[in-house]
Structure formats: C-alpha cells, structure tokens
Design a protein around this ligand. Structure first.
Ligand code: 2HG
Ligand code: ZN
Length: 479
C-alpha cells in the first residue's frame, strides 16, 4: 500500500470528527516544555479500539510511524512526531470512558484518554482512592501515565504507575488487540505482559485501556511544612515519621530555599509560611483511616520528637484544607516559577535514599568547577528522586546559559548520580531528549535486551520511531 493511499484510508476510518485540521495542530505538535516543534503527515483522534487496531494495521503495512499521544504533558518529547511525510500522530483524548469500577475488587478500568483527575474523581465517588497524583493531573491522561510509568507525589506510599496497573489492553503494531483486562490480583501464567508496556513510551504498542488498583480512601490527612537543618536530617526525619506513624507517610517532598524563592517571586498569592528563611524544607503528608484527631496527635508527637533531636528547626502544621492546599501549592508550582524566571536546565535523577546527601555533595562540587549557576533543587526525596535544576546567574539570559553550559552541566549531574548507582531519569522517561544518556548510562546488555524486545514486538519499527531505543541499537527497518 502506498503512503497516500494509507493516509487516505486512515482518514476514512476516523471520519471527519477524528481528524485534527492543520489550524488546530499546534497544541499537539509542540511539547509541554516547548523544546520541540514536530510535524506529522496526519493527526487523528480515534474513538474506539477497533479504529486504533485498523489504523495500526495500515501503518504497519505501509511502514508509517505511529506516535501515540495522551495529554501531551511529557517532559522528554516522547509524544511528538517528527516526520511530515511518514508519521501519524494518534491522539487518544476521545477514548475517555471509564469502562468499569469494581468496589469489591478495588479496581477501575479506564480508557487511555481518561484524564487522571477524572479517574481520581470517579474513585472518590465510590468512596475509594486512585492514588497517582501530580501537578499535571488535570490534563495528563491514563494512557500517558501508563506509557511513561508516571511517578509523582505519592509514590512513597503507593508506588509508581507500574505498581498500580493490574492489566492492559494494547493494540500491537500488527493491529492485533492484546486484551488483558482481567483485573486479577494474582496470575502467574507466563510473562506479565502488561509490565512490558508500562514505561515503554509507546515504542511497543498503543495502550488503549488499563485496569487500575484502587485503595480505601483515607479518613484523615495531616500536612506539615518543616524547616530542616539539611537534606540528611530530612531523610532521618522521614525515617522517624514512617516508623512512629505506623507507616502513614504518603508524601515527603524536599524543597530548597532557592526553589521556594522562585515561587515567592513569581506565583501570585504565594507566601512563606514561616517567619524566617531556612535553607531546606520538607513537606510531609500523612494519611490514614484513623479518626482525624488521632492522626493529628501522631504528627504532633513526631514533630515534637524531631525538634528535640534537632532535625526540625521550625515548621507549621496545616490547620485547614485551604492551608494544606497553600502548602502544596508552594511545592507544585516550582516548575511554573522556574519557567517564569526564564527557564532551567532540568534534571530528574534518583539515587538510593541514603545516598541523597552524597549525591548533593558530589554534584554540587563538580558543578561549581564548571560554570557559575543557580540551583533549584526539590523533589521526591522520599523516593530518592530529585529535580536538580540549574538556572543562569541572575540577569544572565537563559538561552545563552543553556547553549553554552547545559550539556556539560547535565553530564556532571548525571555522572554524579551514575557514580552512586543512580538513574538519569527517575520519572520523566527517555523520549527523544535522553536517548544519548540511555546509551551512555545503561549497560550494553540492557540496551541489547531492549532492542531485542523492540524487534520482536515491532519488527517494522513503526511504533514511536526515534524514541527511547538508540538508533544504533535498532538500525534497520525502522519507519
Ligand atoms: C515535579 O515533580 C515534576 O514537579 C516536574 O516532576 C519537575 O519541572 C521539573 O523539573
Ligand atoms: Zn517530579
């Protein structure tokens, strides 16, 4: 089948409602961070699994690339098409049905285009919790969460998306539909195929639906904004809180003074909850099915003991839902504040939790040798995952700083993580942005295994071409 013929047939399959006209293409072709401006031969929004299956079968025959996209909130260009002749961008937003909720089995079956916040709200309607949570939850979609193995703010307690997926429905590159939506808690019948697709960033198949794990909804939540003497004490405090609360900690987010200052400067209504400035903060949240007073008492006791041990220098406990929201806003708007400051060279590293202080010392010393910069360090310290973001010295233009120093600085940050056995991408994935890092930091054995998997499931290389797998590892036959 020739290219034009294939594109015409795909357009017929989705019908006029499923075609994105060129006048509306911009929002799908430019990524969240505005790092890339892509191009595609066709942008379609299918509305059924059957349509997806027929589209992929045609692309496979005509050797057209298929680029899946959910909410387009990714950080690494993984959902951007890059070929105006041969890439079909498949936007999943019309497939947004919640197919089933099973309150006895604690599961929810959602299509790929369901907005994360809508899945959370549906669970809440039934008195249940879907715990995946992040600043982009109002626009990111379940399919993208699966494809990138999304992390976010409650991983410490509930795990990443991989831990929350019980099964998937996936359209394979051939157009065949792999349907594994049984929602079983136990099923050791050969390979766990869903796991292969979680985090594969659309390079192996098109995720169309997922069975997700739900949890009992906590009856009480307590939140504290604590100034700590160092990141090491933040970790000690987290250990204490987990232990003394009976493992009720849901989130432990580190915020450096520099990051908070960006928020105070750029985010309307943001104010420092403490009277004096401190270098390091921990946003700690506990949740449980205890009565609210009991959980509050637990948190107060933890804070008291931590203060006695010198771990906490100052702090506030949220007294209301509104205050809790205000504290979270200080953490969640850091990326927006960085953007308004002019931009940052961003990193998403992880190390073992106990190695976080060593990582900070190693990376800091190395960066000081390379170039003058400002650091905005924050993130999910409870997962050993920090966003170690670098800004130019005040008044210097960001673009110049990025072009001159970005690559060197990033290499130093990633090398520091690698020296401690850490990761260069803890939760944002690889996409197109971090392929060189994948080649540099993952072992030849791991790269070969990934390429073998790719060739086995997608022999014509049509799925999200040019993403994740380094071109050298998958040289031939790609779309
Ligand atoms: C967060 O934790 C996100 O806020 C974004 O993962 C991190 O913008 C960033 O560097
Ligand atoms: Zn993050």
């Amino acid at each position: 089948m020739d290219r034009r013929d294939a594109l015409r047939r795909i357009a017929e399959i989705v019908g006029p409602e499923g075609i994105v006209p060129p006048t509306e293409a911009e929002r799908y072709l430019v990524d969240e961070r505005r790092l890339y401006r892509g191009s595609a031969a066709l942008i379609v929004r299918p509305s059924t699994v059957d349509e997806c299956s027929r589209i992929l079968a045609i692309c496979n025959r005509a050797r057209l690339g298929v680029v899946p996209q959910g909410g387009n909130t990714g950080y690494c260009g993984g959902a951007t098409p890059f070929d105006a002749e041969r890439h079909v961008l498949v936007v999943m937003t019309r497939m947004n049905r919640i197919r089933e909720i099973d309150p006895v089995g604690f599961t929810l079956t959602a299509e790929a285009g369901v907005v994360l916040a809508d899945a959370q709200a549906e669970a809440a309607k039934h008195g249940l919790l879907f715990p995946l949570s992040m600043a982009s939850e109002g626009s990111c979609r379940i399919g993208g969460n699966v494809a990138t193995n999304a992390g976010g703010l409650a991983v410490l307690r509930y795990g990443t998306m991989r831990d929350l997926v019980l099964g998937l429905e996936v359209v394979l590159p051939s157009g065949d539909v792999l349907s594994e939506l049984k929602g079983l808690r136990k099923d050791n019948t050969g390979y766990h195929l869903a796991s292969v697709f979680v985090g594969s960033e659309g390079t192996l198949g098109l995720v169309t639906a997922a069975v997700l794990k739900l949890f009992p909804r906590p009856r009480s939540t307590e939140t504290a904004w604590l100034a700590v003497s160092s990141p090491a004490t933040a970790i000690a405090l987290l250990g204490r809180a987990r232990d003394e609360s009976g493992d009720r900690v849901v989130s432990a987010e580190y915020v450096s003074r520099a990051s908070l200052e960006l928020v105070l400067r750029h985010i309307e209504g943001a104010r420092d909850p403490l009277d004096r400035a401190h270098e390091h903060y921990l946003l700690l949240e506990l949740a449980s099915s205890d009565a609210p007073a009991a959980l509050r008492e637990k948190l107060e006791r933890i804070v008291e003991r931590a203060a006695e041990a010198g771990e906490i220098v100052d702090g506030v406990l949220a007294e209301s839902g509104a205050q809790r929201d205000a504290l979270w806003r200080l953490r969640e708007t850091i990326p927006e504040a960085e953007r308004r400051e002019g931009g940052a060279v961003k990193h998403d590293v992880s190390v073992r939790i106990s190695d976080v202080p060593r990582f900070l010392a190693l990376a800091g010393a190395e960066l000081d040798r390379i170039a003058p910069h400002r650091r905005s360090v924050y993130g999910h310290i409870g997962d050993g995952n920090l966003h170690y973001n670098l800004l130019p010295p005040q008044e210097d233009p960001f673009a110049e700083f990025r072009d001159r120093w970005g690559a060197k600085l990033s290499c130093a940050v990633h090398d520091a993580a690698a020296r401690l056995g850490g990761s260069f991408s803890a939760e944002h994935g690889v996409g197109v942005l971090k392929i060189a890092e994948l080649e540099r930091y993952r072992s030849p054995q791991a790269l070969a295994a990934m390429a073998a998997l790719k060739r086995a499931l997608d022999p014509n290389g049509i799925m999200n071409p040019g993403k994740v797998i380094p071109p050298a590892a998958f040289a031939s036959r790609s779309a």
